[in-house]
Design a protein around this ligand. Structure first.
Ligand code: FE2
Length: 335
């Protein structure tokens, strides 16, 4: 290396790498790739869904911090996949916690309740792997003491309908589990908002904020923040269940026998397609893997693409792997 005396050091050659920071509805995202699409282009049609609560009744939502931070010994894709669409783990993984929490969700423990799997919300996936599952009319269902929260949602709903229309008013009142590809997940209704920072292939650092509507009064926001810490905070009852799964999934997938297999992600396949009322691909039930397939489809696409231009070239054909194009045409009145 060339030797320089102190006066010859070029400070422009030093310092941290530049990061692009862009905002969507006041939520800030960073990206190190100068060639990547803008945040708005990257979110694409998913912004239509996010506007449900990022605009909502007018003032939208925000995060309460500072974020809590914790380490999990798992691959980043396990929690991203879990949040993007895993509805069917709840009765087993969270059986004990659901019993302790009580309320109407206690019936889900051990899958005792007779779940109407074919009529329980929907799943969505859009370009760039973003996706979520929604249970209709269940936004606040995780909260056992929720009268004030229910009243807030009821008061907001007419304004949301006026601002955004009936489809998104229905989503506003639903419970979402969501991942923005690659590593930002949230539970709308349960009020947890997370970033899964990879620290290598087998460890992540989890940052957790509380997601609230800006129009909530301070007392309700504080109550929700406390509830979110108990459920999905660093030592939260439900995150402890999920974290154990995330770590053991990562560990077991390193085993010789498991590595001989392939990823099974076919639940609800072909019970999905373009929908007249929503952008992207829509799966017929919350219990399914439509949003998983969207997540891994894009993961595979960017692993193979050498440059963003190769990704952009598929913007009009990305959803062709969802082959049942007429599913909703044939099932709109029955599904
Ligand atoms: Fe879970």
């Amino acid at each position: 290396m060339e030797q320089r005396c102190h006066a010859q050091v070029d400070k422009k050659e030093c310092g941290l790498p530049q990061v692009r920071v862009e905002s969507y509805r006041g939520f800030l995202y960073g990206c190190f790739d100068a060639d990547a699409p803008s945040l708005e282009e990257y979110l694409g049609e998913f912004g239509w869904f996010l506007d449900t609560w990022m605009i909502g009744a007018g003032n939208g939502a925000e995060l309460l911090g500072p974020p809590s931070k914790s380490i999990l010994d798992c691959n980043w894709k396990v929690p991203a996949e879990n949040f993007v669409g895993d509805a069917y783990h709840v009765g087993w993984t969270h059986a004990a916690a659901l019993e302790v929490m009580g309320g109407e969700l206690a019936e889900l423990a051990g899958n005792r309740a007779d779940m109407p799997f074919d009529d329980l919300g929907k799943q969505f996936t859009t370009r760039h792997g973003h996706g979520f599952g929604v249970i209709h009319n269940a936004a606040t269902s995780i909260h056992t003491d929720r009268a004030a929260y229910d009243q807030f949602m009821a008061d907001q709903l007419p304004k949301v309908t006026k601002n955004l229309g009936q489809e998104r008013a229905n989503l506003f009142n639903g419970h979402w589990n969501c991942t923005l590809f690659p590593n930002n997940s949230f539970l709308y209704g349960t009020n947890t908002f997370k970033v899964w920072h990879p620290r290598g292939p087998h460890q992540i650092e989890v940052w957790t904020w509380t997601l609230v509507h800006k129009d909530m009064d301070p007392e309700l926001r504080k109550k929700i923040q406390k509830g979110a810490a108990f459920s999905f905070g660093t030592a939260g009852t439900l995150l402890a269940d999920d974290g154990e799964n995330m770590m053991t999934c990562t560990y077991s997938n390193r085993g010789a026998l498991t590595r001989r297999g392939t990823l099974q992600s076919t639940m609800g396949m072909n019970h999905e397609g373009p929908h007249p009322d929503y952008p992207g691909i829509v799966g017929a039930s919350f219990i399914g893997e439509t949003s998983y397939r969207g997540f891994y489809r894009f993961y595979k696409e960017i692993l193979k693409a050498e440059k963003w231009d190769a990704v952009r070239a598929k913007d009009d054909s990305w959803d062709s792997t969802f082959e049942n194009r007429d599913f909703w045409v044939n099932n709109l009145n029955t599904a």
